[in-house]
Design a protein. Structure first.
Length: 146
């Protein structure tokens, strides 16, 4: 769970706790909306609304990882399962709002290496680093947005 309690600071100010909770609440709202978008809207309708608008910088990485932790925590709080694509979309929206450079990648596992029917995967990348959705295995990129 992202919070100032595990930030290494000696004491956590109440304002920092509330800011952390507010970021998690934003992630929760974005995640619920992303779940709806993926389920009910065609890809062409939301494709242009994900991905970064600029190149990622080194300072973007730390902020992106913190936002990814909030999305991850929000996904655990929901009473239903959220797969990788809604999580990647939610994180992308939050990163775009802060004008942090990133890319959303949608990929497929090679057919001979598929352990189950779920052969698609999505992740968010800042520069060359996956900040959310880092699963092992060979993946063939189908789309890179951003």
């Amino acid at each position: 769970m992202p919070s100032c309690a595990n930030s290494g600071k000696p004491a956590c100010l109440p304002s920092e706790r509330w800011q952390s909770r507010a970021r998690t609440a934003q992630a929760l709202c974005a995640l619920i909306l992303a779940q709806f978008v993926v389920k009910f809207l065609p890809f062409e309708r939301w494709r242009s609304r994900i991905g970064g608008m600029q190149e990622a910088t080194a300072s973007d990485l730390d902020s992106s990882r913190r936002l990814a932790a909030h999305v991850d925590w929000a996904a655990r709080l929901l009473p239903f399962e959220t797969k990788c694509l809604p999580q990647a979309i939610a994180l992308s929206w939050l990163l775009r709002r802060k004008r942090l450079g990133h890319a959303v990648v949608i990929a497929v596992r090679p057919e001979e290496l598929r352990p189950s029917r779920d052969a698609l995967h999505a992740w968010v990348q800042v520069g060359q680093v996956k900040v959310m959705g880092d699963l092992p295995g060979p993946w063939i990129e189908a789309f890179r947005i951003g």
